[in-house]
Design a protein. Structure first.
Length: 287
């Protein structure tokens, strides 16, 4: 298989690209429908026969109504929800990347008694579904007086994430030990080695963790549902649900709001896909 792609003819490459595009259609069709619906008039959302079914012809625009977006922004405090979501994402990304990198460096580069056991226990926590820990966490955060605030959504990120610690540990193990040994000979401590040597080399892996955490926080619905009870603190994911509950019949405005909600994720992925792929590809690790 090595080198077979480079020896393919132009027609073969075209066939491969066409096949890949055909495979992508089921994935992008819902997005196309969402954007198409967000630009329609209310009367054009449903099919003309009976008005109760949606057909492939409903994907096409008979007229464009960009005012749906401005109306959606006026129906709910979209900008406030955006501010809340952005603040949570930035804080949680900073917390989880910093804390996970520190813990992962300890597991990967520092020898101490019980290291492998602790690493195994940490990996085992990834098998626990969120439903199992939801009630104990809620009881703890309510006892701490954090219910109704963003603290239950932000503070846990500063204690690392099991998946991100595993990912970064595997990456740190791929770095040559000679680099750290040379720094120690020159009198550098572990913190200096970590901050000045390891972190700059770990940018792709750190960016991968940041992207995963951003997507998880941005799309998080359950967390704000459980802990946030003030409408002024709603996030976009929770705000869209409230929009649907109150204005479920306004499909054009709902799809416009959903498109605006999805747009930052798409833009972020297109700008960060090269770093993301590089980060995933370089975290194979070694023992």
């Amino acid at each position: 298989m090595t080198g077979s792609t480079g020896s393919m003819s132009r027609s073969q490459k075209l066939g491969v690209h066409v096949a890949l595009l055909m495979l992508c259609i089921p994935a992008i069709l819902p997005f196309i429908w969402m954007v198409s619906t967000s630009l329609k008039a209310d009367a054009d959302v449903y099919g003309t026969k009976g008005g109760s079914s949606v057909s492939l012809s409903s994907l096409f625009l008979h007229s464009v109504h960009p005012e749906n977006y401005s109306q959606a922004l006026q129906t709910v405090p979209f900008l406030k929800y955006l501010e809340n979501s952005a603040g949570l994402c930035l804080t949680s990304v900073l917390g989880v990347v910093l804390s996970s990198a520190i813990v992962a460096y300890g597991f990967a580069r520092i020898q101490f008694r019980g290291r492998d056991l602790l690493f195994g226990v940490m990996i085992a926590t990834m098998a626990l579904p969120g439903q199992v820990t939801m009630i104990p966490q809620f009881a703890l955060f309510r006892w701490l007086g954090w219910y109704g605030t963003y603290l239950p959504l932000v503070v846990p990120s500063f204690f690392g994430g099991a998946f991100f610690i595993f990912l970064l540990t595997q990456f740190f193990r791929t770095l040559p030990m000679e680099m750290a040994e040379s720094a120690r000979v020159d009198g550098a401590g572990e913190w200096t080695i970590f901050s000045r040597l390891v972190l700059p080399l770990a940018k792709p892996a750190l960016a991968t963790c940041a992207l995963f955490q951003f997507l998880g926080t941005w799309n998080d619905f359950m967390g704000p549902l459980v802990y946030v009870n003030d409408p002024s603190k709603y996030t976009l994911a929770y705000g869209l649900q409230q929009f649907y509950s109150s204005y479920g019949g306004k499909w054009t405005q709902l799809m416009a709001a959903a498109t605006l909600f999805t747009l930052p994720i798409i833009v972020l992925f297109f700008f960060a896909q090269k770093t993301f792929i590089q980060g995933v590809a370089t975290t194979g690790g070694r023992n």
